[in-house]
Design a protein around this ligand. Sequence first.
Ligand code: ADP
Ligand code: MG
Length: 801
Amino acid sequence: MKLQDIGTPVSTIAGVGPSLEKLLAKLGIFTVSDLLSYWPKTWEDRTRKIPLSAWNSTAKVHTIAQVLRHDWFGFGRMRTLKIIIDDGTATAALVCFNRSFLEKSLPVGSVIAVTGRFAPRYGEIQTTAFEATCLSKSASIDEFMDKPVPGSAVFPIYPLTAGLSQTQLRKVIGKALKEYCRGIENELPESVIEKRALMLKKEAVFSMHEPRDIEMAEKAKYSLIYEELYHFQETILRRSQEHRKTAAEAMKTADGSKKTFEETLSPKQKQLLGRLPFELTEDQKKVIYEMNFDIDLSNNQPDAECATLRKPGNGAPTEEPAERCVPDNAHGAGTIPVDADGAGAPSSTAKVANTPVARFHMARLLQGDVGSGKTLAAFFAALRTIDYGGQCVMMAPTEILARQHANNAAKLLEPLGIKVAFLTGNLKASGRTPLLDALKKGEIDIVIGTHAVFSQSVLYHDLRFVIIDEQHRFGVVQRNAVLDKGRQSVVQREKLAKGIMPRSPDFLLMSATPIPQTLAHTIFGDLDISIIKSMPAGRQPIKTYLTKEGNESRVYEAVRQELKNGHQAYFVYPLIEGLSGDADSNASGADEADDAAQDMAAFNADSRARRNDFAADGGAGSGGSSQKALKSAEAMFSFLSQKVYPEFKCALVHSRTDEADQIAALEAFRKNEVQVLVATSVVEVGVDVPNATCMVIEHAERFGLAALHQLRGRVGRGSAASFCFLVYSEKLTELGKARLKVLHESTDGFYIGEEDLKLRGPGDVNGIQQSGYITLGIADPVRDKAILELARADILENLAS
Ligand code: ADP
Ligand code: MG
């Protein structure tokens, strides 16, 4: 039987009465399975002798000693026995509060076994909490020198609840082990157990609770972690297996063709390449190449007939899932898994969404540091899709960023004859109606916007490529909703009506908040991952300075020098206005007010949760400093523009400034009509003004590491040297210091991402778990990264065979 299937109530175990049952329930233990998988948090190793002289090591003293004499101190009822012992390495005292009876059981001259934690007190080494047993009343200690200390074992230490002791719990678990352990089945393939020298499941369970020695306990733990990560990854990897296989085969055939990069481009891609004033970086080329394969694959696959498909509108809507429909003439006939995204899509158009879709589509995460040129790579992929006759959409988390992408696209793509549109929730009906109409007719090739691009009212002609920029700002993307949009395109619906399966659009997530590779596999395991590591040529590293609150004037002067040299600066604050406690970070996306807001409520709720998480982090980092002491963007705008930089032009942006004013301010900043831009974290993503060389972030400890890294990425985009000043609170905690130090030391987003996770601490993948990515038991994907990799390799091997 599998461990998790032993559903027998704990109360059936001898000795578990109603009161113990209640205590166990408090720990979440109801069944034998719960009990046996209630893992110890650590073990106490009493197999090794730890002499008195080692009293200040991390472990307890565990030794054999001779009783030298009995001392007494205190008077009357407070009279207390002190037993002085010596084990040949040191002399120490056992202070026997309320244990005067030990006078008899541990008499002077006896040899005793002692376990306990000792500390220096009143000029001697003492313990008050100890266990001692008499081994002999008259022998010499020399006779025991080479013998093990009696009672030597490794003891599991469990998390407890009031009223329950370690001994009680150990006893119950011991009984359960005797009765059930033998019957526990392996859940890993034999081959893997053998290859990785893991314990059998029943051995592992036994050794967690009653290990012979610490090595055995550790091996058991390792085996269980491995098993958990294996199962977790297996689900994810199976889902994408077929996808990868197809893509990998295509890659193989094409790799032999020895074409130059340029020769692999589609006509419009070639045109764009020809118009760029710079060379693509090697990594950009690699990523474009990878995406091209996927796009070719997905656009060239034959239409899959869908004979058994219930026609839409045919009969009453039903809650049952639509019948499974496996194409007989698609790639790898019969083996293509039904797209897991299709199931249970939370969409109002679930009838179409529930249609099984068994086609290949690109599903890729593009990671690249801030400023590495991801957008351009994405544009290349869009052009290929457009060459195939499909439509593309690019979604950005903020209006500012979306607008900038749209401007860029207009500049780069319109000259190639591409029709670009910009769509946000704020678009007036007069502009919106014709735009939606053009989209539906297929007169627009690429639409760029906020999540409004996925509003219910937006209907595409033939959406085949979806790009989501700054994915981390959305948290877990509701991929279903996005893919559905493509399946509901006019063309796809027409196909469906003819019994042809609708196609899922290709899908590209972009993120500049690098998730450490292995973790990315865990979280986005069913996505292919592309990475841009190289930066465009000519970029200079950004110098980062940490400045304690109170020394801002020095920062302001340093910035003044840069301004005098014709450069520009950002000043970023955690609050919009004084005392409001309202950070812009909470307002990302909240500026959209239309049906999309509902569609995408999950996006926002999630991003808000993540933001709050960061804010809470920061709050702790600042030692709980009150809101009152916080500077706000509005107040500092007045101060900086009037008192500090009256000779320069300053502007203010945050999510509550009027849209028109926001655009005007950013435009003025871009044109260098404004030199100082005071802002909240609305400028965290995307804003691209190469002449800006200074980023000042006050109350830096209030921002998450990822946000700080992003903000810093706003500078260093031109050829001039750039600077980032992090002004931090006096009351910075150790953790707060460590976080800022990471930023001070590195501008490598991959390293920062890794450190960020480390600082959150092993066992606390909080940010990730909170955002609903994963829930694991004994394993911790950060701490157990190495095991995760092994498990992953083994699964891939097994899947391939
Ligand atoms: P990301 O989105 O990865 O942070 P962007 O796409 O905003 O980066 O690119 C940053 C800037 O670098 C943009 O101004 C872009 O035009 C420019 N850029 C992109 N690729 C190159 C390249 N190969 N060489 C020089 N500049 C580039
Ligand atoms: Mg970008």
